[in-house]
Ligand binder design. Structure first.
Ligand SMILES: NC(=O)c1ccc[n+]([C@@H]2O[C@H](COP(=O)([O-])OP(=O)(O)OC[C@H]3O[C@@H](n4cnc5c(N)ncnc54)[C@H](OP(=O)(O)O)[C@@H]3O)[C@@H](O)[C@H]2O)c1
Length: 371
């Protein structure tokens, strides 16, 4: 039987592209009602991702050349009112509740949803798809961008966008998973990473980077991780075979010491511009470069003669293959990966949480807890 659901809730509401003034806390926001095919989740935890900040500041707009950090507090003046600043082409419809890494309990069902979903512990699978063509990227949306997300006490999602989980991980730990780990695993799938590979991971202390380190090791491949000097020990503890401290170590010396070779077969990159040139210098002939992000800057130069003479593959990766999310649930349930929860914040402190996220002093993920 459906529970009694309140009429209003506390929610962090994005009202437009810009600075923190666009991210408002409301205590009287309407609780959504699940539509046919949807279920209502009482949210307990929701992870923070760069897409929350990138969408708020309109970073995805082509007029922006700065990095996420430089626009993270005040936004970018180059993003005009009404401009498309979300990850896709459609533009974001405001007001919008962000938050993609949703964990909670199912408390109500829309028409057509099986009764056994009620009371289940679930987490979100963030790609909204047309299930008649699940990999038609023109028809995909993202939770927290094209529909409301989890920075609120309740969220309604299609039943096709949640997975049941049985795990000893806490709700906050589970909220580290959906965005970062599916992104990382999809990068490895797209780049066909196997135990024969040596993979260079950039931004290795971050959400996607630390997930990449674990998931590369899970495939039996070797990983060299690029990270800040202050986080080198933590990244080795996640499982990296070797660490390059950016700005400190000579890259090829580390590769020689660790693997007796001076190049890598795969680059899994989420940093972009500041590291791109150096990274491509250590990519082997026939190597694959796969990217899901460019937190340090999105505009780079590439010498096309290197691309074809070295038989490189450049691979972009965003919309994940449908099997990636259920596979990840299995890795968690089989204890093949572990969570890296750096800190939690109550929803009321979402501005502080995003400021800490922008400061990048943590290793792993920051998570918002819902009252
Ligand atoms: N395409 C998708 O679907 C998708 C999904 C998730 C994320 N992303 C994107 O991927 C990127 C990383 O996301 P994330 O969640 O892993 O971020 P994160 O948790 O914020 O970690 C980013 C890490 O990158 C490194 N870094 C940051 N700025 C840098 C700079 N200027 N130069 C060199 N290194 C820098 C730092 O790691 P070290 O200190 O260890 O070097 C930092 O901790 C973002 O751009 C995000 O938008 C895309």
């Amino acid at each position: 039987m459906n529970q009694v659901i309140p009429q209003t809730m506390t929610a962090a509401v994005l009202t437009g592209h810009g600075g923190f003034d666009k991210l408002e806390l409301h205590h009287d926001w309407p609780v959504p009602r699940p539509q046919p095919g949807e279920l209502l989740i009482k949210v307990t935890a929701c992870g923070i991702n760069n897409t929350d900040i990138n969408t708020r500041i309109g970073w995805y707009n082509d007029a922006v050349s700065g990095d996420t950090t430089s626009g993270g507090v005040a936004g970018f003046s180059t993003v005009a009112d009404g401009a498309a600043g979300g990850w896709g082409d459609q533009g974001i419809h405001f007001p919008r509740i962000q938050g993609a890494d949703i964990v909670g309990t199912v408390v109500a069902l829309g028409e057509g949803v099986a009764d056994d979903w009620l009371g289940q512990r679930v987490l979100s699978d963030n790609w909204l798809r047309d299930w008649s063509e699940p990999m038609n990227r023109e028809k995909c949306g993202y939770v927290g961008s094209e529909c409301d997300g989890g920075f609120a006490q309740y969220v309604a999602l299609p039943v096709t966008n949640v997975g049941r989980i049985q795990s000893a991980w806490s709700d906050a730990e589970l909220a580290t998973l959906s965005c970062a780990y599916t992104t990382a695993e999809n990068m490895l799938e797209r780049a066909r990473v196997s135990s024969a590979d040596t993979v260079l991971v950039t931004g290795a202390s971050g959400g996607v980077g630390s997930a990449l380190v674990q998931l590369v090791k899970r495939r039996g491949a070797r990983v060299v991780a690029l990270t800040s000097a202050s986080k080198a020990e933590s990244v080795l503890a996640i499982g990296a075979d070797a660490v390059i401290r950016r700005g400190v170590d000579a890259w090829t010396a580390v590769l020689q010491n660790a693997f007796a070779m001076d190049n890598v077969t795969v680059i899994a990159d989420v940093v972009g511009q500041p590291l791109f040139h150096d990274a491509m210098r250590v990519l082997a002939r026939g190597g694959r470069y796969v990217t899901s992000g460019a937190i340090g800057g999105k505009k780079v130069d590439i010498d096309l003669s290197h691309l074809y003479l070295f038989d490189w593959e450049l691979i972009g990766s965003t919309v994940t293959w449908p099997h990636v999310f259920p596979n990840l649930l299995r890795y968690v349930e089989n204890n093949e990966i572990r969570p890296l929860l750096a800190a939690t914040y109550p929803l009321e402190q979402i501005h502080d949480a995003q400021k800490a996220f922008l400061a990048k002093e943590h290793v792993g993920k920051l998570v918002v807890l819902l009252p």
